[in-house]
Design a protein around this ligand. Structure first.
Ligand code: TRP
Length: 339
């Protein structure tokens, strides 16, 4: 079937497909906006069904502990869907689904488990904490299954997920070597370099997840006073009164760059250098930019209800399962499994 009968290998190109998953935790934040949402809401229109966007609820269930709060996962899945819709994910174009509604993903994961090496899994960053659960250990494989089962050519993720993306690429290549050169696309990052997002306290990406649990992010859809307080709490480098603010490594400036264009950033940098501009001014400007940019999405959010989100997920489930069932059919055929 994959003997192309000569030295010339045909270049098969896969249609562009972008996948991204969101764990239903505390809701979408500025990091999501900067690292993935702007790409998704733009690229979803590239062609028919070009974006597969899902609630990674089983990823939120990879470890039983107080933080995972299993009981609330379903409510949060609906809430995260509302937020995605408000942020501009368009259900007329994107396939929006709940991971747990597509059990076929687990079958794909199991086949992948046979390709992945134990040693590869042991090197995953998520395992750094004390006594990781087996779920934490398998977490990256489930993510690879999410990506490969949808036959995605591109993945929208932040820098913290880059290692998982590398694993997907590695396993996709292995699968292609075994099942024919062009069995599935080798997925790429949607951005040449995924965006790194730090918390408001300057936490680095390894600490990001924990910090995020501690309210270290700037939420997109929380009440105005919550957002304002988080912006107030952004940690800055100390500077003497009347001295220029250091632009290098400034968290505030980085958050601003997620919201305003190049010209406004130039103005901001000039203000930073002037010596007449303090952090209180910078926070006021950031707050203004946040509510200006997010205003329309925040207004839309109030008009989208839980029922609307549930309906979108029900429709997405059908499209996602249809697509993934087709992939499993091919996979089983290649592996000569008659089920
Ligand atoms: N692991 C990702 C996170 O923690 C969420 C995720 C799960 C994901 N499956 C995915 C992202 C597939 C992109 C593609 O943010």
């Amino acid at each position: 079937m994959h003997d192309h009968g000569g030295s010339m290998k045909p270049e098969v190109s896969f249609p562009f497909r972008l996948v991204s998953g969101f764990r239903p935790l505390k809701g979408l934040h500025l990091g999501h906006y900067a690292a993935v949402l702007t790409d998704l809401t733009r690229l979803q229109y590239m062609h028919e069904r070009s974006a597969f966007i899902f609630i990674a609820d089983h990823h939120a269930r990879s470890r039983w502990n107080e933080r995972a709060d299993f009981a609330n996962t379903e409510r949060r899945a609906i809430e995260t869907t509302r937020q995605l819709l408000a942020a501009g994910v368009d259900p007329d174009f994107s396939v929006i689904y709940r991971q747990s509604d597509v059990p076929e993903i687990f079958e794909v994961m199991w086949f992948l488990a046979g390709f992945a090496l134990h040693s590869q899994m042991q090197h995953m960053q998520g395992l750094k904490g004390a006594a990781p659960s087996a779920g934490t250990y398998i977490y990256p494989l489930l993510m690879v299954a999410d990506i490969i089962a949808t036959q995605s050519t591109h993945v929208a993720v932040g820098q913290d997920q880059k290692q998982h993306l590398e694993l997907s690429r590695d396993l996709a290549r292995k699968l292609n070597r075994r099942l024919g050169e062009q069995f599935i696309p080798v997925p790429e990052s949607a951005r040449a370099e995924p965006t790194t997002v730090r918390g408001i306290d300057f936490a680095d990406s390894n600490r990001k997840k924990m910090a995020f649990e501690l309210g270290n992010e700037i939420p997109l859809f929380e009440d105005e006073d919550v957002v304002t307080e988080r912006i107030e709490n952004i940690v800055t480098q100390p500077v003497q009164f009347g001295h220029p603010l250091p632009a290098e490594g400034c968290n505030l400036l980085e958050f601003s760059s997620f919201l305003v264009g190049a010209e406004q950033m130039r103005d901001l940098r000039d203000k930073y250098a002037s010596g007449k501009y303090g952090y209180a001014d910078a926070k006021r400007d950031l707050r203004k930019a946040f509510f200006e940019v997010m205003g329309p999405a925040r207004a839309r959010y109030l008009t989208i209800h839980a029922d609307d989100a549930a309906k979108v997920l029900d429709e997405g489930k059908i499209r996602a399962r249809e697509n993934i069932a087709h992939f499993i059919f091919r996979l089983r055929q290649e592996l000569a499994i008659s089920v």
